[in-house]
Each structure stands twice: as C-alpha cells, then as structure tokens.
Write a protein that binds this ligand. Structure first.
Ligand SMILES: [Zn+2]
Length: 247
C-alpha cells in the first residue's frame, strides 16, 4: 500500500520476470486484497456496515482546496476512476473546512464514517511519522476500512495519506506526482493490491517497459516519467475496476 519513488533501478529486473516468464501477451496482472475469510475485498453499499449508496464521498483537507489541486488534478483522478461505469464510484470532490492532525486522524480511524474516504495532506510529515511511515521515500498510503467482523471482505470507508513535502519536491511536476499518487492510493482504498504487470505487449516492449503509458496505476513504484494530469487508468487497472465495480 505504499507508493515509493525510489529503487527505480530494480524495476527492469522485476519486469523481466513478470513479462517474460509468467504472462501471456493479453493477460492482466491486477489482483484484489484478500480478506481473512479468503474473499476478495471490495466496497459494498446498502449493507450492514454502509447504509449509504454509491458513489462514495471523498473529503479533502482544506489545504487541498487550492487551484493547482482542485481545478484539474483532483477532479481528473475522480473522472479516471468513474470513467465507463454506469454509476460513479466517487462523488465530486468535497473540501473540509480544516486540516487533519494526528489526533483527528486517530479519531477517524477509531470510528470511520461509512461511505466516506478522507484524504489527508500531511503538511509536515508528522502524521506519516506517527504511523512509522518513512517520509523520504513514500508518496502516499491508501487504506480501506472493514468494520463488520462477520464480513471482513466488505470495505465501507477509507483514508488516503499524502506526503506533501515529497510530492511538492518535484516542483513543476508536482501536479503529475499528486495525480498519479492519488489515483494509485484510491485504488488501494477500492480494494486493489499492487499489480505486477508492466506493459506485456510487444509494442510496449519496443518503447521500453517502464514508459508512463505502460506502468499500471497500481504498480508499486512511481514511474520515471509521470503520466500527464488527466491520464486514464492503465488497461490493467481498468480491468480490475470493471470486474469489481463495473459495468
Ligand atoms: Zn501502493
């Protein structure tokens, strides 16, 4: 559930294993988180833990209510996950009147509200540090919460932590880093684990496995060249979305 930016030099080795050894040319490599009872994890609605109906409310910290984030990056991420579905997964973005603190995040996690995802913009790394997450290499964390012990596969609320300092360290590319990181972490909240797929087609190989176009959203590492703001989900992630939540 951690999206890291480092260890890029390891990526071609991992890709060689995945592409050459295991995957036929048309295969996908996404998979869901598996709950303790062996069932795939996914969101449920009108259920014992979530009386709300789809789409999910996503509430951003007040500090994210600024133009470089709210004008295109955040709505673009929502659109990428909503695309092609009869009923959207995410409502239009909501912005809190305040910013998260260690205390408020703790309160949220103790009693996460149904049908809601809270997005935390960790301004000084204190929340990451509180949870023992390294601030030097991890761009974000995405968590889906289960609150019904008899149905551990049901996700009914969630939270995303974003590493402000690391995302903003990319300067002119910070919008791309926020776009990709938020897109990826929301995938985790929806129940998706990391994909092992690079692009496994010959056309992808000919231009290099780790171009921005060939790295799945749920790949565990940030690609060397970030996809543009507004980029669609990779086919691998789109397949996951369709199976779990489509059409
Ligand atoms: Zn991840």
């Amino acid at each position: 559930m951690r999206l890291s930016r480092n260890r890029l030099r390891l990526l071609p080795v991992l890709a060689g294993i995945a592409v050459v050894s295991f995957l036929p040319s048309s295969a996908f490599a996404w998979f869901p988180f598996i709950a303790s009872n062996g069932q795939p994890s996914k969101w449920v609605w009108n259920s014992s833990c979530n009386s709300g109906s789809r789409p999910i409310a996503v509430i951003y910290d007040a500090a994210m209510n600024v133009s470089w984030m709210k004008d295109s990056v955040i709505p673009g991420v929502h659109a990428s996950w909503n695309s092609g579905l009869i009923t959207s997964l995410f409502q239009s973005p909501n912005y809190s009147a305040s910013n998260s603190t260690i205390s408020s995040v703790n309160s949220y996690m103790r009693s996460p509200p149904a049908n809601t995802i809270r997005v935390v913009w960790d301004s000084d790394g204190s929340i990451f540090s509180f949870f023992g997450i390294p601030t030097s290499s991890v761009l974000g964390i995405g968590l889906g919460f289960n609150t019904n012990s008899s149905r551990p596969q049901d996700i009914c609320s969630g939270m995303v932590l974003l590493n402000k300092a690391l995302i903003e360290s990319y300067g002119g590319f910070k919008d791309r880093y926020l776009y990709f990181t938020l897109q990826h972490e929301l995938g985790h909240v929806l129940g998706l684990a990391h994909s092992i797929a690079g692009d496994n087609t010959s056309s992808g190989l000919s231009v290099g496995v780790f171009t921005s176009a060939s790295v799945p959203t749920m790949y565990p590492f940030a690609p060397a060249v970030m996809p543009a703001v507004g980029a669609s989900l990779h086919a691998d992630d789109a397949a996951a979305k369709k199976v779990l939540y489509g059409p």
